[in-house]
Ligand binder design. Structure first.
Ligand code: GDP
Ligand code: IMO
Ligand code: MG
Length: 432
C-alpha cells in the first residue's frame, strides 16, 4: 500500500496529466487537492487526446475511484460539461467512480466576473494574466469566510441565505468599482439548484473515504495542479495562482495525514514554460525559444495562450526539491530538445553582483536576476520511439545525470512523447 503525490515543479503544464494517467495504472484512488478549472491536464491514449480541468486524470481507467478534495474549488457548470463530454466519448461517470468533497468551495458566476473585471482594470505591468476562471476571487471568499461550499447545494435554504449576502457584496464591487452589470440572486439560485440535482449523488466526505481506503490497503495518487513557482506562498508572488500548489497541500486539501505519504514526484519539463505574466529568468526571446514553442506545441490547454519558453532552470528545480520534499523527478518532453546542438541549464543566478541560489521573494529581484548557464552537448536524432533507457543517446543520458546530480534527486520517469506508451518508467514510485 502506498500514497504518492505528483506536483508540478515549475510554472505548470509540465505534463502532470500524462504522468498521472500513467501512474493511475498502479493506483486505486486518484485525488485532486487544490486549484480549479484553471488547470488543463492533457492525456493522449491510443492517439486520442483528452483535456481535463477538474476531473482527476485517472478517470479513463474504468475501475478507479476519482476524488475531488476540499482544497479544490469547483465550478459545477464546468464539471457537468466535463462529465457530458466524457459521456459522448463513451465513458459514463457514475457516483461510484467520482466523489466530490462537501467542503470544496463553489466558483460562483460573480467570481469569474470579478476576476476578469479586475484584470481588465490593471495596467499592463500589473496584470497577472489569470485564466479568468474566478480562481482568485473564489479563494478570497473561502479565506474571508464568506464562501459557499458543495455541501451547501444540498441545503437550499442555507445556500440561498449565503447567496443573498454574497450577491449584495459582489454587486457593490461590480457596479461601483468596475462599472459592470450586476448579478441576480434568483437567476443564480435557479441555475445552482439545477446543478444540485445533477451532482447530489457525487457529494460526500473525501477524507473519510481516503482513510477507509488507506486502512484497506488501497494505493492513493494525489494529482497536483499548477506548479511550485505558482504557489501562493512560495511562488513568484503576486504572479501566482491563489492556492498552495506544493505537496504539503495534498494533505490539507484532501483531509489526509502527512505521515501516510510515501513518495513525492515532481513533474519537470526538460525545458521551462510559463503562461501568464511574471518573472521567468531563463526565458528565451530568440529563434531557440520559438523552436521549443513550436516543437513542444506550447499552447495553454485551458486558455489556448502561447506559452513563453526557455531553458531548464536548475534554481527552480532545486526550489521544487526543497519545497515539496521530492523523492523523485519525472522528466517530460525530453524529445523536444532533440536537434539542439547545445542545451543550456541555469545553475544559479546573479543579482547585483552576488550569486543567488533560490528564487528571490522580492518580485523586483526575481525579475532582475541573470541566469548563470552551463552548456551541455545536445543530440541530433529524434528519441520519441525510444523504449528503454539504454537506447537514449549518450548526451541525453548525460543531461539526465546532470539533473540528478544537481538536484540530488533521482529521475524516476522519462517521457519522450505525449502518448501513454512513450514513457520510460525507471523506478515505479508505487513499488519503492
Ligand atoms: P499539465 O497541465 O502539467 O498536465 O500539462 P499540459 O497538459 O497542460 O501540457 C503538457 C503538454 O505536453 C500536453 O499537450 C501533453 O500532451 C504534452 N506532453 C506531455 N509529455 C510529453 C512528452 O514527453 N513529449 C511531448 N512532445 N509532449 C508531451
Ligand atoms: P496546470 O494544472 C499553467 C497561471 C495563469 C496565471 C496565474 C494565475 O494545467 O499546470 P489563475 O487563473 O490561477 O488565477 O491565474 O497562474 N496558471 C497556470 N499556468 N498551468 C496551469 O495549470 C495554470 N493555472 C494557473 O496563467 O499566470
Ligand atoms: Mg496544463
Amino acid at each position: 500500500m502506498s500514497s504518492v503525490v505528483v506536483v508540478g515543479s515549475q510554472w505548470g503544464d509540465e505534463g502532470k496529466g500524462k504522468i498521472v494517467d500513467l501512474l493511475t495504472n498502479y493506483a486505486d484512488y486518484i485525488v485532486r487537492f487544490q486549484g480549479g478549472n484553471n488547470a488543463g491536464h492533457t492525456l493522449v491514449v491510443d492517439g486520442q487526446q483528452f483535456i481535463f480541468h477538474l476531473i482527476p486524470s485517472g478517470i479513463l481507467y474504468a475501475d478507479k475511484m476519482c476524488l475531488i478534495g476540499n482544497g479544490v474549488i469547483v465550478d459545477p457548470g464546468v464539471l457537468l460539461e466535463e462529465l457530458d463530454k466524457l459521456k459522448t466519448q463513451g465513458l459514463e461517470v457514475t457516483a461510484d467512480r467520482l466523489l466530490i468533497s462537501d467542503k470544496a468551495h463553489l466558483i460562483m458566476p460573480y467570481h469569474g466576473m470579478v476576476d476578469r473585471a479586475r484584470e481588465a482594470s490593471l495596467s499592463s505591468g500589473e496584470k497577472i494574466g489569470t485564466t479568468g476562471r474566478g480562481i482568485g476571487p473564489c479563494y478570497t471568499d473561502k479565506v474571508g469566510r464568506s464562501g459557499i461550499r458543495m455541501g451547501d447545494l444540498l441545503d437550499p435554504e442555507l445556500f440561498k441565505e449565503k447567496l443573498v449576502v454574497a450577491v449584495e457584496e459582489k454587486n457593490f464591487l461590480l457596479d461601483k468599482k468596475y462599472g459592470a452589470d450586476p448579478v441576480e440572486v434568483d437567476h443564480i439560485y435557479g441555475t445552482f439548484m439545477d446543478y444540485a440535482e445533477q451532482l447530489a449523488s457525487f457529494i460526500g466526505d473525501v477524507s473519510v473515504l481516503l482513510d477507509e481506503g488507506r486502512r484497506a490497503g488501497k494505493n492513493i495518487l494525489f494529482e497536483g495542479a499548477q506548479g511550485t513557482q505558482l504557489d501562493i506562498d512560495h511562488g513568484t508572488y503576486p504572479f501566482v495562482t491563489s492556492s498552495n500548489t506544493i505537496a504539503g497541500n495534498a494533505c490539507s486539501g484532501s483531509g489526509f495525514g502527512p505521515t501516510h505519504i510515501d513518495a513525492v514526484i515532481g513533474i519537470m519539463k526538460a525545458y521551462t514554460t510559463r503562461v501568464g505574466s511574471g518573472p521567468f529568468p531563463t526565458e528565451l526571446f530568440d529563434a531557440t525559444g520559438e523552436q521549443l514553442q513550436e516543437k513542444g506545441c506550447e499552447f495553454g490547454a485551458t486558455t489556448g495562450r502561447r506559452r513563453r519558453c526557455g531553458w531548464l532552470d536548475g534554481v527552480v528545480a532545486r526550489d521544487a526539491v526543497r519545497l515539496n520534499g521530492l523523492t523523485g523527478i519525472a522528466l517530460t518532453k525530453l524529445d523536444v530538445l532533440s536537434g539542439q546542438p547545445i542545451i543550456r541549464v541555469a545553475s544559479s543566478y546573479e543579482l547585483h553582483g552576488k550569486k543567488v541560489s533560490a528564487m528571490p521573494s522580492n518580485i523586483k529581484d526575481a525579475a532582475a536576476v541573470t541566469p548563470i548557464y552551463q552548456d551541455l552537448e545536445g543530440w541530433k536524432d529524434d528519441i520519441d520511439t525510444v523504449q528503454e533507457f539504454d537506447a537514449l543517446p549518450q548526451q541525453a543520458k548525460d543531461y539526465l545525470k546532470w539533473i540528478e546530480e544537481y538536484t540530488e534527486t533521482p529521475v524516476d520517469i522519462v517521457s519522450v512523447g505525449p502518448d501513454r506508451e512513450k514513457t520510460l518508467l525507471l523506478n515505479n514510485p508505487f513499488e519503492k
